[in-house]
Design a protein around this ligand. Structure first.
Ligand SMILES: O=C(O)CCC(=O)C(=O)O
Length: 255
């Protein structure tokens, strides 16, 4: 076990299954504080629905916001927290770069599902180093629409992606047959962007609150530049080893 990293057994589990459930990454008190920050941010932001197009007719709702570290410094600290980056380094390697991050609040009783999908088609990379960490700030039992995965599906490589929201073929990957990963406040799930995953409707009487951080090896080439975001390229651990001459941002933008 490296300090703040995955144990050998966890690393093997990740390699085989494409994800690892890390219990108690942060403690319950910290999770409650981050939860309060996100709910206050949602209040300041106002309504903002992120329900996917293929489930838009389901009368469900989900609040989201990208790049929350531009709205609350608590999340700037969480992005570089060694408990998060140590595990990311165990998977990605010594150098870990931010791609983007986003909060999701699935409201009670009708919190939107996520159809089963790979993240790959949204931001394909040459070496598939991209991972997500989903940090839970309240409990996510099955009735809250917890994450569901197809263990080992990352080993299929990129699969067919359907429609505007790039979901997986429902006959091959029905959500009911996916493995649920109920989580407690403070738990985190780290997964490959090739893992087929999704989540059900929140039918409970409490919100489900999470932060998803997407990270990659800085040397992994993006295959398109569609999914840019504020803060993308910020180093969370290690260095960017590529040779880059210095330039002012305003000059680069003008070029
Ligand atoms: O939070 C969830 O339930 C899943 C989120 C997700 O799959 C995504 O944003 O790609």
């Amino acid at each position: 076990m490296t300090s703040n990293g995955l144990s050998e057994a966890q690393r093997e589990f990740y390699q085989h299954n494409g994800y690892v459930h890390v219990r108690g990454l942060i403690d319950a008190g910290e999770a409650a504080a981050y939860r309060a920050e996100l709910h206050a941010l949602a209040e300041r932001q106002g309504d903002n629905d992120a329900t996917w197009s293929s489930v838009k007719d389901s009368d469900t709702h989900i609040l989201h916001c990208h790049d929350v570290h531009f709205r609350s410094a608590a999340f700037t600290r969480l992005l570089v927290d060694p408990r998060v980056t140590g595990i990311a380094q165990s998977i990605v390697g010594p150098n870990v770069e931010l791609h983007h991050n986003k909060m999701f609040i699935k409201p009670p009783e009708r919190g939107s599902p996520f159809p089963m999908h790979q993240d790959y088609p949204y931001f394909p990379h040459a070496r598939h180093s991209m991972i997500a960490a989903i940090i839970h700030f309240d409990d996510a039992p099955e009735e809250k629409g917890c994450l569901r995965v197809y263990p080992g599906s990352h080993r299929l490589g990129p699969i067919e992606a359907i429609g505007d929201d790039h979901h997986a073929p429902e006959d091959r990957f029905p959500i009911e047959r996916a493995t649920p990963i109920p989580a407690k406040a403070g738990d985190a799930i780290f997964m490959s962007y090739l893992l087929v995953h999704g989540s059900g409707v929140n039918v409970s009487d409490e919100p489900r609150t999470t932060l998803l951080i997407q990270m990659r090896d800085p040397e992994d080439e993006p295959l398109n530049d569609r999914h840019t975001s504020r803060g993308q390229g910020m180093m969370l651990a290690g260095i960017d080893p590529r040779h880059q001459a210095f330039g002012f941002a305003w000059e680069e933008q003008a070029a």
